[in-house]
Design a protein around this ligand. Structure first.
Ligand code: NAD
Length: 355
Protein backbone atom coordinates (compact mmCIF):
# COMPACT_ATOMS: atom_id res chain seq x y z
CA UNK A 1 0.00 0.00 0.00
CA UNK A 2 1.38 3.41 -0.93
CA UNK A 3 -0.28 6.31 0.85
CA UNK A 4 -0.95 9.45 -1.17
CA UNK A 5 -1.60 12.85 0.35
CA UNK A 6 -1.87 16.19 -1.42
CA UNK A 7 -1.64 18.67 1.40
CA UNK A 8 -2.77 21.78 -0.53
CA UNK A 9 -6.28 20.38 -1.03
CA UNK A 10 -6.26 17.79 1.76
CA UNK A 11 -6.69 15.02 -0.83
CA UNK A 12 -6.11 11.54 0.57
CA UNK A 13 -5.57 8.47 -1.54
CA UNK A 14 -3.84 5.12 -1.75
CA UNK A 15 -2.26 2.87 -4.38
CA UNK A 16 -2.26 -0.87 -3.82
CA UNK A 17 0.15 -3.11 -5.73
CA UNK A 18 -1.21 -6.58 -5.07
CA UNK A 19 0.74 -8.94 -7.33
CA UNK A 20 3.31 -8.36 -10.07
CA UNK A 21 3.94 -12.02 -10.99
CA UNK A 22 2.51 -11.59 -14.48
CA UNK A 23 3.82 -8.05 -15.07
CA UNK A 24 3.56 -4.49 -13.76
CA UNK A 25 0.52 -3.81 -11.57
CA UNK A 26 -2.29 -2.19 -13.54
CA UNK A 27 -5.71 -0.98 -12.41
CA UNK A 28 -7.97 2.03 -12.48
CA UNK A 29 -8.17 4.95 -10.08
CA UNK A 30 -11.44 5.36 -8.21
CA UNK A 31 -12.95 8.51 -6.72
CA UNK A 32 -15.32 7.68 -3.90
CA UNK A 33 -16.48 9.43 -0.71
CA UNK A 34 -15.17 6.83 1.77
CA UNK A 35 -16.12 7.13 5.44
CA UNK A 36 -12.45 6.96 6.47
CA UNK A 37 -8.99 5.78 5.39
CA UNK A 38 -9.65 2.28 6.70
CA UNK A 39 -12.65 1.82 4.42
CA UNK A 40 -10.67 3.20 1.46
CA UNK A 41 -7.74 0.82 2.13
CA UNK A 42 -10.03 -2.22 2.40
CA UNK A 43 -11.80 -1.30 -0.86
CA UNK A 44 -8.55 -0.74 -2.75
CA UNK A 45 -7.01 -3.98 -1.49
CA UNK A 46 -9.98 -6.08 -2.54
CA UNK A 47 -10.17 -4.32 -5.92
CA UNK A 48 -6.43 -4.83 -6.51
CA UNK A 49 -6.82 -8.52 -5.63
CA UNK A 50 -9.62 -8.76 -8.20
CA UNK A 51 -7.35 -7.11 -10.79
CA UNK A 52 -4.73 -9.82 -10.18
CA UNK A 53 -7.34 -12.50 -10.88
CA UNK A 54 -8.68 -10.56 -13.88
CA UNK A 55 -5.26 -10.26 -15.53
CA UNK A 56 -4.53 -13.93 -14.80
CA UNK A 57 -7.77 -15.38 -16.12
CA UNK A 58 -7.49 -13.37 -19.35
CA UNK A 59 -3.81 -14.33 -19.76
CA UNK A 60 -2.54 -10.74 -19.67
CA UNK A 61 1.05 -9.78 -18.89
CA UNK A 62 0.01 -7.46 -16.08
CA UNK A 63 -0.36 -7.68 -12.34
CA UNK A 64 -3.08 -6.51 -10.02
CA UNK A 65 -3.19 -2.98 -8.68
CA UNK A 66 -5.70 -0.27 -7.91
CA UNK A 67 -5.79 3.30 -6.61
CA UNK A 68 -8.46 5.39 -4.92
CA UNK A 69 -8.95 8.91 -3.64
CA UNK A 70 -11.36 9.87 -0.93
CA UNK A 71 -13.35 12.25 -3.10
CA UNK A 72 -16.88 12.17 -4.47
CA UNK A 73 -17.06 11.42 -8.22
CA UNK A 74 -19.36 14.45 -8.49
CA UNK A 75 -16.56 16.76 -7.26
CA UNK A 76 -13.83 15.25 -9.46
CA UNK A 77 -10.16 16.27 -9.41
CA UNK A 78 -8.52 19.55 -10.42
CA UNK A 79 -5.73 19.85 -12.99
CA UNK A 80 -3.33 20.75 -10.20
CA UNK A 81 -4.20 17.53 -8.37
CA UNK A 82 -3.89 15.48 -11.54
CA UNK A 83 -0.41 16.93 -12.22
CA UNK A 84 0.64 16.02 -8.69
CA UNK A 85 -0.80 12.48 -9.10
CA UNK A 86 1.04 12.07 -12.43
CA UNK A 87 4.25 12.98 -10.65
CA UNK A 88 3.58 10.38 -7.95
CA UNK A 89 3.14 7.74 -10.68
CA UNK A 90 6.44 8.83 -12.24
CA UNK A 91 8.14 8.34 -8.87
CA UNK A 92 6.94 4.71 -8.89
CA UNK A 93 8.91 4.20 -12.12
CA UNK A 94 6.30 2.09 -13.93
CA UNK A 95 5.53 -0.34 -11.09
CA UNK A 96 1.91 0.87 -11.25
CA UNK A 97 -0.03 2.00 -14.28
CA UNK A 98 -3.55 3.43 -13.98
CA UNK A 99 -6.59 4.65 -15.86
CA UNK A 100 -10.37 5.06 -15.67
CA UNK A 101 -12.66 3.80 -12.94
CA UNK A 102 -15.65 5.30 -11.08
CA UNK A 103 -15.22 9.09 -11.24
CA UNK A 104 -11.93 8.92 -13.18
CA UNK A 105 -12.44 9.91 -16.80
CA UNK A 106 -10.69 9.79 -20.19
CA UNK A 107 -10.17 13.56 -19.90
CA UNK A 108 -8.18 13.01 -16.70
CA UNK A 109 -6.08 10.31 -18.36
CA UNK A 110 -5.45 12.48 -21.43
CA UNK A 111 -4.37 15.39 -19.26
CA UNK A 112 -2.09 13.26 -17.05
CA UNK A 113 -0.46 11.68 -20.11
CA UNK A 114 1.36 15.00 -20.65
CA UNK A 115 3.26 14.39 -17.42
CA UNK A 116 3.59 10.61 -17.15
CA UNK A 117 3.69 7.51 -19.38
CA UNK A 118 2.13 5.40 -16.66
CA UNK A 119 -1.50 6.05 -17.58
CA UNK A 120 -3.75 4.02 -19.87
CA UNK A 121 -7.12 4.58 -21.51
CA UNK A 122 -6.02 7.68 -23.47
CA UNK A 123 -8.16 8.86 -26.38
CA UNK A 124 -7.53 7.21 -29.72
CA UNK A 125 -6.44 10.64 -31.11
CA UNK A 126 -3.62 10.58 -28.56
CA UNK A 127 -2.54 7.06 -29.54
CA UNK A 128 -4.49 5.24 -26.84
CA UNK A 129 -7.36 2.79 -26.94
CA UNK A 130 -9.98 5.30 -25.77
CA UNK A 131 -12.37 4.75 -22.90
CA UNK A 132 -12.11 1.03 -22.07
CA UNK A 133 -15.73 1.01 -20.88
CA UNK A 134 -17.07 0.28 -24.37
CA UNK A 135 -14.98 -2.89 -24.51
CA UNK A 136 -16.17 -3.79 -21.02
CA UNK A 137 -19.77 -3.37 -22.19
CA UNK A 138 -19.06 -5.60 -25.21
CA UNK A 139 -17.73 -8.31 -22.87
CA UNK A 140 -20.88 -8.10 -20.74
CA UNK A 141 -23.10 -8.64 -23.79
CA UNK A 142 -21.00 -11.69 -24.71
CA UNK A 143 -21.45 -12.95 -21.15
CA UNK A 144 -25.23 -12.56 -21.49
CA UNK A 145 -25.15 -14.51 -24.77
CA UNK A 146 -23.12 -17.26 -23.07
CA UNK A 147 -25.79 -17.51 -20.35
CA UNK A 148 -28.48 -18.05 -22.97
CA UNK A 149 -26.43 -20.51 -25.00
CA UNK A 150 -25.69 -22.51 -21.84
CA UNK A 151 -29.37 -22.87 -20.99
CA UNK A 152 -30.82 -22.85 -24.51
CA UNK A 153 -28.10 -24.22 -26.83
CA UNK A 154 -29.87 -23.13 -30.03
CA UNK A 155 -29.70 -19.44 -28.99
CA UNK A 156 -26.66 -18.62 -31.07
CA UNK A 157 -27.35 -15.04 -31.96
CA UNK A 158 -27.20 -11.82 -29.97
CA UNK A 159 -30.65 -10.96 -31.39
CA UNK A 160 -32.10 -13.41 -28.88
CA UNK A 161 -31.04 -11.02 -26.12
CA UNK A 162 -34.06 -8.98 -27.20
CA UNK A 163 -36.48 -11.59 -25.84
CA UNK A 164 -35.49 -11.02 -22.22
CA UNK A 165 -35.90 -8.41 -19.48
CA UNK A 166 -32.98 -6.65 -17.84
CA UNK A 167 -32.23 -4.43 -14.84
CA UNK A 168 -29.14 -2.28 -15.24
CA UNK A 169 -28.01 -0.93 -11.87
CA UNK A 170 -25.89 2.15 -12.61
CA UNK A 171 -26.00 3.93 -15.98
CA UNK A 172 -22.46 5.29 -16.19
CA UNK A 173 -19.58 4.62 -18.57
CA UNK A 174 -20.36 0.87 -18.78
CA UNK A 175 -24.08 0.83 -17.98
CA UNK A 176 -24.92 3.38 -20.68
CA UNK A 177 -23.53 1.44 -23.68
CA UNK A 178 -25.07 -1.75 -22.26
CA UNK A 179 -28.49 -0.06 -22.12
CA UNK A 180 -27.98 1.28 -25.63
CA UNK A 181 -27.14 -2.16 -27.09
CA UNK A 182 -29.96 -3.94 -25.28
CA UNK A 183 -32.54 -1.33 -26.30
CA UNK A 184 -31.40 -1.83 -29.91
CA UNK A 185 -32.22 -5.55 -29.63
CA UNK A 186 -35.78 -4.64 -28.62
CA UNK A 187 -35.30 -5.96 -25.08
CA UNK A 188 -37.25 -4.65 -22.11
CA UNK A 189 -34.66 -2.67 -20.17
CA UNK A 190 -35.11 -1.22 -16.69
CA UNK A 191 -32.32 0.93 -15.30
CA UNK A 192 -31.56 3.03 -12.25
CA UNK A 193 -28.81 5.35 -11.08
CA UNK A 194 -28.23 6.94 -7.68
CA UNK A 195 -27.11 10.07 -9.52
CA UNK A 196 -30.40 11.61 -10.63
CA UNK A 197 -28.83 13.93 -13.21
CA UNK A 198 -27.15 10.98 -14.90
CA UNK A 199 -30.36 8.93 -14.70
CA UNK A 200 -32.33 11.70 -16.44
CA UNK A 201 -29.63 12.17 -19.08
CA UNK A 202 -29.75 8.47 -19.97
CA UNK A 203 -33.56 8.49 -19.97
CA UNK A 204 -33.51 11.34 -22.50
CA UNK A 205 -31.07 9.41 -24.68
CA UNK A 206 -33.01 6.13 -24.62
CA UNK A 207 -36.72 6.75 -24.29
CA UNK A 208 -37.45 3.02 -24.67
CA UNK A 209 -35.54 2.16 -21.48
CA UNK A 210 -37.52 2.37 -18.25
CA UNK A 211 -36.02 4.47 -15.47
CA UNK A 212 -36.83 3.31 -11.93
CA UNK A 213 -35.72 4.78 -8.59
CA UNK A 214 -32.50 3.17 -7.32
CA UNK A 215 -34.37 2.11 -4.18
CA UNK A 216 -36.81 0.10 -6.35
CA UNK A 217 -34.15 -1.86 -8.17
CA UNK A 218 -35.61 -5.21 -7.07
CA UNK A 219 -39.30 -4.36 -7.56
CA UNK A 220 -39.64 -5.58 -11.15
CA UNK A 221 -39.74 -8.94 -12.88
CA UNK A 222 -36.43 -9.50 -14.70
CA UNK A 223 -34.36 -12.25 -16.31
CA UNK A 224 -30.96 -10.56 -16.08
CA UNK A 225 -29.57 -8.42 -13.26
CA UNK A 226 -26.63 -6.34 -14.53
CA UNK A 227 -24.91 -4.40 -11.73
CA UNK A 228 -22.87 -1.53 -13.23
CA UNK A 229 -22.44 0.68 -10.17
CA UNK A 230 -20.33 0.13 -7.08
CA UNK A 231 -19.56 -3.40 -5.85
CA UNK A 232 -21.17 -5.30 -2.97
CA UNK A 233 -24.78 -4.96 -4.14
CA UNK A 234 -25.25 -8.74 -4.28
CA UNK A 235 -25.20 -10.02 -0.72
CA UNK A 236 -27.16 -12.07 1.79
CA UNK A 237 -29.73 -9.27 2.21
CA UNK A 238 -30.29 -8.62 -1.50
CA UNK A 239 -30.11 -12.21 -2.82
CA UNK A 240 -33.64 -13.10 -1.60
CA UNK A 241 -34.92 -9.87 -3.23
CA UNK A 242 -33.08 -10.63 -6.48
CA UNK A 243 -34.52 -14.16 -6.41
CA UNK A 244 -38.03 -12.74 -5.96
CA UNK A 245 -37.66 -10.74 -9.20
CA UNK A 246 -37.49 -14.04 -11.12
CA UNK A 247 -33.90 -13.27 -12.12
CA UNK A 248 -32.04 -16.21 -13.69
CA UNK A 249 -28.71 -14.57 -14.55
CA UNK A 250 -26.38 -12.04 -12.91
CA UNK A 251 -23.87 -10.49 -15.30
CA UNK A 252 -21.91 -7.82 -13.41
CA UNK A 253 -19.62 -5.05 -14.50
CA UNK A 254 -19.23 -3.94 -10.88
CA UNK A 255 -15.96 -5.26 -9.48
CA UNK A 256 -16.41 -7.29 -6.28
CA UNK A 257 -20.15 -7.30 -6.75
CA UNK A 258 -20.51 -10.13 -4.21
CA UNK A 259 -20.01 -8.88 -0.66
CA UNK A 260 -18.82 -12.31 0.56
CA UNK A 261 -17.83 -14.12 -2.65
CA UNK A 262 -17.80 -17.74 -1.46
CA UNK A 263 -20.91 -17.57 0.73
CA UNK A 264 -22.90 -15.38 -1.69
CA UNK A 265 -21.99 -17.59 -4.66
CA UNK A 266 -23.37 -20.60 -2.76
CA UNK A 267 -26.58 -18.72 -1.95
CA UNK A 268 -27.02 -17.80 -5.63
CA UNK A 269 -26.40 -21.39 -6.72
CA UNK A 270 -29.00 -22.60 -4.22
CA UNK A 271 -31.46 -20.01 -5.56
CA UNK A 272 -30.91 -21.30 -9.11
CA UNK A 273 -29.31 -18.06 -10.31
CA UNK A 274 -26.44 -18.39 -12.74
CA UNK A 275 -23.70 -15.98 -11.66
CA UNK A 276 -20.96 -14.88 -14.05
CA UNK A 277 -17.90 -13.93 -11.96
CA UNK A 278 -17.31 -10.21 -12.34
CA UNK A 279 -13.58 -10.29 -13.13
CA UNK A 280 -14.27 -12.79 -15.92
CA UNK A 281 -17.08 -10.97 -17.69
CA UNK A 282 -15.90 -7.37 -17.12
CA UNK A 283 -12.38 -8.07 -18.41
CA UNK A 284 -12.89 -6.31 -21.78
CA UNK A 285 -11.75 -2.96 -20.39
CA UNK A 286 -8.55 -4.38 -18.93
CA UNK A 287 -7.89 -6.21 -22.20
CA UNK A 288 -8.28 -2.92 -24.07
CA UNK A 289 -5.83 -1.31 -21.68
CA UNK A 290 -3.34 -4.17 -22.07
CA UNK A 291 -3.58 -3.67 -25.83
CA UNK A 292 -2.33 -0.09 -25.41
CA UNK A 293 0.83 -1.45 -23.83
CA UNK A 294 1.66 -3.91 -26.62
CA UNK A 295 5.15 -3.36 -28.10
CA UNK A 296 3.65 -2.06 -31.38
CA UNK A 297 1.07 0.14 -29.65
CA UNK A 298 -2.71 -0.17 -29.40
CA UNK A 299 -4.35 -2.82 -31.56
CA UNK A 300 -8.13 -2.68 -31.78
CA UNK A 301 -8.19 -6.10 -33.46
CA UNK A 302 -6.11 -7.76 -30.71
CA UNK A 303 -8.38 -6.26 -28.04
CA UNK A 304 -11.52 -7.33 -29.87
CA UNK A 305 -10.35 -10.91 -30.44
CA UNK A 306 -9.21 -11.32 -26.86
CA UNK A 307 -12.48 -9.85 -25.55
CA UNK A 308 -14.42 -12.23 -27.79
CA UNK A 309 -12.81 -15.10 -25.82
CA UNK A 310 -15.00 -14.09 -22.86
CA UNK A 311 -17.88 -15.99 -24.46
CA UNK A 312 -16.00 -19.33 -24.45
CA UNK A 313 -14.42 -18.65 -21.07
CA UNK A 314 -17.82 -18.10 -19.46
CA UNK A 315 -19.18 -21.28 -21.05
CA UNK A 316 -16.16 -23.28 -19.82
CA UNK A 317 -16.75 -22.00 -16.28
CA UNK A 318 -20.48 -22.83 -16.44
CA UNK A 319 -19.82 -26.34 -17.75
CA UNK A 320 -17.16 -27.07 -15.16
CA UNK A 321 -19.37 -25.72 -12.38
CA UNK A 322 -22.20 -27.96 -13.54
CA UNK A 323 -20.00 -31.05 -13.80
CA UNK A 324 -18.31 -30.58 -10.42
CA UNK A 325 -21.22 -29.13 -8.45
CA UNK A 326 -19.00 -26.20 -7.41
CA UNK A 327 -19.89 -22.53 -7.78
CA UNK A 328 -18.84 -20.49 -10.81
CA UNK A 329 -16.78 -18.33 -8.42
CA UNK A 330 -14.84 -21.37 -7.12
CA UNK A 331 -14.14 -22.53 -10.69
CA UNK A 332 -12.99 -19.10 -11.91
CA UNK A 333 -10.81 -18.58 -8.82
CA UNK A 334 -9.15 -21.97 -9.35
CA UNK A 335 -8.45 -21.13 -13.01
CA UNK A 336 -6.92 -17.76 -12.08
CA UNK A 337 -4.80 -19.30 -9.31
CA UNK A 338 -3.51 -22.02 -11.60
CA UNK A 339 -2.46 -19.47 -14.26
CA UNK A 340 -0.69 -17.35 -11.64
CA UNK A 341 1.14 -20.37 -10.23
CA UNK A 342 2.28 -21.31 -13.75
CA UNK A 343 3.55 -17.77 -14.38
CA UNK A 344 5.40 -17.78 -11.06
CA UNK A 345 7.08 -21.10 -11.90
CA UNK A 346 8.09 -19.75 -15.32
CA UNK A 347 9.58 -16.61 -13.78
CA UNK A 348 11.49 -18.65 -11.21
CA UNK A 349 12.92 -20.93 -13.89
CA UNK A 350 13.84 -17.89 -15.99
CA UNK A 351 15.59 -16.15 -13.09
CA UNK A 352 17.51 -19.37 -12.32
CA UNK A 353 18.63 -19.40 -15.95
CA UNK A 354 17.25 -22.76 -17.13
CA UNK A 355 14.12 -21.59 -18.86
P1 NAD B 1 -19.17 5.20 -13.63
O1 NAD B 1 -18.77 5.98 -12.44
O2 NAD B 1 -18.99 5.79 -14.97
O3 NAD B 1 -20.71 4.76 -13.50
C1 NAD B 1 -21.25 4.17 -12.38
C2 NAD B 1 -22.67 4.70 -12.25
O4 NAD B 1 -23.33 3.90 -11.31
C3 NAD B 1 -22.72 6.14 -11.76
O5 NAD B 1 -23.57 6.90 -12.59
C4 NAD B 1 -23.25 6.00 -10.33
O6 NAD B 1 -24.05 7.11 -9.96
C5 NAD B 1 -24.06 4.74 -10.42
N1 NAD B 1 -24.19 3.95 -9.20
C6 NAD B 1 -23.24 3.63 -8.29
N2 NAD B 1 -23.71 2.82 -7.35
C7 NAD B 1 -25.03 2.63 -7.66
C8 NAD B 1 -26.10 1.89 -7.07
N3 NAD B 1 -25.90 1.17 -5.95
N4 NAD B 1 -27.32 1.92 -7.66
C9 NAD B 1 -27.52 2.62 -8.79
N5 NAD B 1 -26.55 3.36 -9.38
C10 NAD B 1 -25.33 3.34 -8.85
O7 NAD B 1 -18.40 3.79 -13.52
P2 NAD B 1 -18.16 2.74 -14.68
O8 NAD B 1 -16.84 2.99 -15.30
O9 NAD B 1 -19.40 2.64 -15.52
O10 NAD B 1 -17.97 1.39 -13.83
C11 NAD B 1 -19.10 0.74 -13.26
C12 NAD B 1 -18.61 -0.46 -12.46
O11 NAD B 1 -17.94 -1.37 -13.33
C13 NAD B 1 -17.60 -0.11 -11.37
O12 NAD B 1 -17.78 -0.99 -10.29
C14 NAD B 1 -16.26 -0.38 -12.03
O13 NAD B 1 -15.24 -0.67 -11.10
C15 NAD B 1 -16.61 -1.58 -12.87
N6 NAD B 1 -15.76 -1.76 -14.04
C16 NAD B 1 -15.66 -0.76 -14.95
C17 NAD B 1 -14.86 -0.96 -16.07
C18 NAD B 1 -14.74 0.08 -17.13
O14 NAD B 1 -14.22 -0.23 -18.20
N7 NAD B 1 -15.20 1.31 -16.88
C19 NAD B 1 -14.17 -2.18 -16.24
C20 NAD B 1 -14.35 -3.18 -15.29
C21 NAD B 1 -15.14 -2.97 -14.19
Amino acid sequence: MIELYYQKTDLRGVICIHDSSCGPATGGTRLWPYKNDQEMHADVLSLARAMTKKCAIHGLSHGGGKAAFNRSPKDGMTEEELRWYANELENLGGHFCTGEDIGFTVDYVNYMSQFTNHVTGKSKELGGGGDPSLRTAHGLLLGMCACLVFHVPESTTTRLLGRYTYMIQGAGKVGLPVIKSLVQTGAKVFFCDTNETQAQRVQEMFGAAILVPATEVFNHHIDFFVPCGKGGTVNKETIPKITATGCTYIVPSANNVLQNPDADAKLLKKAGILFVPDYVVNGGGMINIASEMLPGGYSDLWAKQKTDNIFDLVLTIFNEAEQTGRTTVAIADAMARSYLAKKKRERKKFSLGYA
